[in-house]
Write a protein that binds this ligand. Structure first.
Ligand SMILES: Nc1nc2c(c(=O)[nH]1)N[C@H]1C(S)=C(S)[C@@H](COP(=O)(O)OP(=O)(O)OC[C@H]3O[C@@H](n4cnc5c(=O)[nH]c(N)nc54)[C@H](O)[C@@H]3O)O[C@H]1N2
Ligand SMILES: Nc1nc2c(c(=O)[nH]1)N[C@H]1C(S)=C(S)[C@@H](COP(=O)(O)OP(=O)(O)OC[C@H]3O[C@@H](n4cnc5c(=O)[nH]c(N)nc54)[C@H](O)[C@@H]3O)O[C@H]1N2
Ligand SMILES: [Mo]
Length: 763
């Protein structure tokens, strides 16, 4: 267990007064009105508003304040009283070109977008247009295109209703080019987990959290990215459950937590210790760790069998439910500890300690996030975690399972209702029959393919339902050059961001309502629904006055574009659907009857209604109909060889950001204040490289694909990290990530293991 004194800073526990100070600072900075505080009290409760931050589930037995530090920040950030009106563009300093020198934080701080805007190349500014002009312009630009030359991206914000119609718009237009933010995120889960257990999503539900005896965290950071998770973890610790963490960096939320909801804890400062064991493995070292742990389980089972004791491996489960067991355990037996230690950066003893917790626990949940998914062999990482769980039947029974923690609040749900570039994932025959259209049957492009399509000049138009692709995607500099060459760019957004500053030949920014606002349509005020990480569907009701009379709901924008771009027919009732979202929910239910039974009636059930999951009931929708043990073909998940002076760069999140939205420059958990331009590195690595702490350095991507990728102006900061693993912030680092470096199965960019060199910066 790492002692906090080993860290270069004293972050204090997650939660506690620090979290309240963090909220108060954003409240001050974002100029939210005091009324916005009332909105916080409505978050994540039935008939309240579902938080726009992460996808962590909402408990049926909710607390008085069912929000966290970062949910509050995201809420206040959206409820800012600052407005980015057309007048902003009248200022002579605000040309699109000039704004490229602005930081992400400053662009978003201009406030909520209030009017539809069109790019005017002559003045290099955006100018106000009417909605009719915008839709007509977009329709006219889309119609002449080859359908597969247009891309319809979604970042997991928009609700299920708008998302379903967005997918319908793309297919009626003639393409399956429906990439989504999960392509950069949990696509590894969608593809890798499906391959081994037949489920593209996690298998646990809320009740399982209260029953598990042990949690194993692989590369997920609840303290920053899903802080409400800390409450069930605290409860788990109080009833004696064990938590074991594998993470190259110390994440404070996995060390200790003070529950801000508990007056006693707040007043005494009494923190709950979260992780019993914290193992700082090398970035990309998880396959070796998991192989080592599985080896221990196999050895323990052999020993128990020899001694006539109860088996450790659940052989009945293995025989009935799995394939590939014999080959896998043969590899476990043959695995060499020296190699495992070398590849993981951990000692055999440390891995044995972790395995012992696994062996002793009756019910285990394996939790993971970007630390497993964003690697060249990310799918293998996921399969290895599944191997460990399968050995003792830890999937599909109470208190046990696999828990990938999702990102955006509706990222999982958008996939459920058809935003998918892979044709076989969507019931296209049903959709065609419902709407009298002919959906294309060929696969569309994911984000990596669409980005390569842009580099090749093949992609001619991009419509973005939320997001900030130019910051989120690898090879940022190359993308900025290619993006503006398109015929059309359309961004449905709440705030200004860098993606708006590289307009296509025709370019529109379409401002949308946020989820907190009243969504009034011809049929009355509307509800939107979202799906969380546990496949629960929740209704969300906006309660605040819209940010301006000139913004539209995401659904109304989708139907506006559809009417302008898609041939009309009697079954495409875009106006009726806009008037009443309940009709759209009926359509979703007809398209996915098993998942959405009685949808309109059930959407306000406390905690949401469960969409169901085969693997949760041990129904394996894999090729063989069984859960699959995977024999690893690699011992680390990085896509390159180690070499002297070559480091594994992991791109990390600060506690003061939501993806490309930078709230501020205070990352108190990592102890980085006032700047994001840093590289964190082991002091011994710094010395060996002949550099010194505090020096300005430059990172250079160490690949030989002929592309020069560099990022300078970074302060070298000594940090407790394994040798060879370094860390720096996302999204700034995306200039360094090659588009071709991605998970081999799912093409999720390998943002947690980028090969870089470090040199002193001359500036
Ligand atoms: N406040 C806030 N909340 C968020 C977000 C945000 O940016 N800010 N983003 C949202 C989104 S879209 C997503 S997808 C989720 C992301 O949430 P997470 O999945 O937690 O993502 P990260 O913080 O990028 O990375 C997780 C952890 O992986 C560790 N790690 C890196 N490499 C390795 C490795 O090789 N092995 C192991 N075992 N660990 C490794 C990192 O140190 C980090 O602690 O959060 C969502 N919630
Ligand atoms: N190097 C590196 N790259 C990464 C990652 C990493 O860890 N490292 N993480 C990846 C991950 S996990 C993800 S999910 C992607 C995220 O990529 P994106 O989803 O593309 O990016 P976001 O930052 O979430 O998008 C922010 C923008 O969304 C808009 N927005 C906010 N709320 C709403 C809304 O309610 N509706 C609409 N229409 N728009 C809204 C605002 O204009 C805001 O500027 O980035 C990926 N890129
Ligand atoms: Mo994500």
């Amino acid at each position: 267990m790492t002692d906090q004194r080993d860290l270069p800073h004293s972050p204090g526990p997650a939660g506690g007064w620090g979290s309240l100070k963090g909220i108060a600072r954003i409240f001050g900075e974002s100029w939210s009105s005091p009324a916005s505080l009332a909105t916080l009290g409505q978050l994540n409760k039935p008939k309240g508003v579902m938080c726009v931050s992460c996808a962590w589930p909402k408990p049926a037995n909710y607390a008085a304040f069912e929000f966290c530090e970062n949910g509050a920040k995201a809420t206040l950030w959206e409820l800012t009283s600052a407005r980015s009106t057309p007048a902003f563009w009248a200022d002579e300093r605000h040309t699109v070109t000039a704004l490229r020198d602005w930081a992400d934080h400053d662009l978003e701080k201009t406030g909520r977008l209030t009017h539809p805007l069109r790019y005017d190349a002559a003045s290099d500014r955006y100018v106000e247009v009417t909605w009719d002009e915008a839709f007509a312009g977009i329709g006219a630009a889309l119609k002449p295109l080859e359908p597969n030359d247009a891309v319809f991206y979604a970042s997991g914000h928009a609700g299920l209703e708008a998302s379903y119609l967005y997918a319908l718009l793309a297919r009626a237009f003639g393409t399956n080019n429906l990439p989504q933010s999960s392509n950069m995120c949990h696509e590894t889960t969608s593809v890798g987990l499906t391959k081994v257990i037949g489920s593209p999503v996690g298998t646990i539900v809320w009740d399982d959290l209260a029953k598990a005896d042990a949690f194993f965290f692989f590369g997920q950071n609840p303290g920053t990215n899903s802080p409400r998770f800390l409450h069930p973890l605290k409860e788990a610790k109080e009833r004696g459950a064990k938590i074991v963490t594998f993470n190259p960096i110390i994440e404070q939320g996995l060390v200790s937590f003070v529950d801000p909801q508990s007056p006693a804890a707040m007043l005494t400062g009494k923190a709950t210790k979260i992780s019993d064991q914290y193992h700082q493995l090398k970035a990309g070292g998880d396959i070796a760790v998991l192989l080592g742990m599985c080896k221990c389980v196999v050895e323990a089972d052999d020993a128990a069998t020899t001694a006539g004791q109860a088996e450790i491996i659940d052989h009945a489960f293995v025989a009935e439910h799995t394939t590939g067991f014999d080959a896998f355990i043969a590899q476990c037996r043959a695995a060499d500890w020296a190699e495992i230690a070398h590849e993981s950066g951990l000692t055999e003893a440390a891995i044995r300690d972790a395995a012992q917790v696994y062996i002793e626990a009756e019910r285990v949940i394996g939790v993971y996030g970007m630390g497993l998914t964003q690697h060249a062999h990310g799918s293998l990482n996921v399969a290895m975690l599944v191997n460990l769980l399968l050995l003792r039947g830890n999937i599909g029974r109470p208190g046990a399972g696999c828990c990938p923690v999702r990102g955006h609040s509706n990222v999982q749900g958008q996939r459920t209702v058809g935003i998918a570039e892979k044709a076989h994932l969507v019931p296209l025959d049903t959709i065609d029959a419902l709407f009298d259209i002919t959906s294309p049957r060929d696969d569309g492009m994911n984000i990596v393919e669409a980005t390569e399509g842009l580099f090749a000049g093949k992609v001619r138009a991009f419509v973005c339902l939320g997001g900030n692709l130019l910051r989120a995607v690898p090879d940022q500099q190359r993308l900025e050059q290619a993006w503006g060459a398109q015929d059309l760019t359309v961004m449905v957004s709440t705030k200004l961001n860098r993606s708006h500053l590289f307009p296509g030949k025709q370019a529109y920014i379409l401002p949308c309502l946020g989820r907190y606002e009243i969504d009034a349509q011809a049929g009355g005020n509307q509800v939107v629904t979202t799906e969380d990480s546990f496949s629960m569907i929740n209704g969300s009701v906006g309660k605040r006055a819209p940010v301006s009379d000139s913004v539209k709901s995401e659904l109304a924008i989708v139907t506006g574009i559809a009417k302008a771009a898609v041939a009309p027919n009697d079954k495409l009732r875009w106006d009726d659907w806009t008037a009443d979202y309940g009709l759209v929910r009926d359509l979703i239910e007809r398209t996915y009857p098993e998942d959405f039974r009685d949808y309109n009636a059930r959407m306000f059930e406390p905690g949401g209604f469960y969409r169901g999951n085969g693997a949760h009931q041990r129904i394996w929708k894999t090729e063989s109909g069984k859960a699959v043990f995977t024999t690893p073909g690699a011992l680390n998940s990085v896509g390159f060889q180690d070499a002297p002076g070559r480091y594994r760069l992991m791109t990390i999140r600060s506690n003061d950001q939501f993806n490309t939205t930078i709230y501020g420059y205070s990352d108190r958990f990592h102890g980085i204040e006032g700047t994001r331009d840093v590289v964190l590195m082991n002091p011994d690595d710094i010395a060996e490289a002949g550099l010194h702490e505090g020096q300005m350095v430059r990172m250079i991507t160490d690949t030989d694909d002929g592309v020069d990728r560099q990022l300078g102006g970074l302060k070298l900061t000594g940090y407790r990290l394994p040798r060879g693993t370094i860390a720096s912030y996302y999204p700034e680092c995306n200039v360094l990530v090659p588009i071709g470096l991605h998970d081999d199965l799912s093409k999720t960019p390998a943002s947690k293991s980028v090969p870089v060199r470090i040199v002193a910066d001359s500036v």
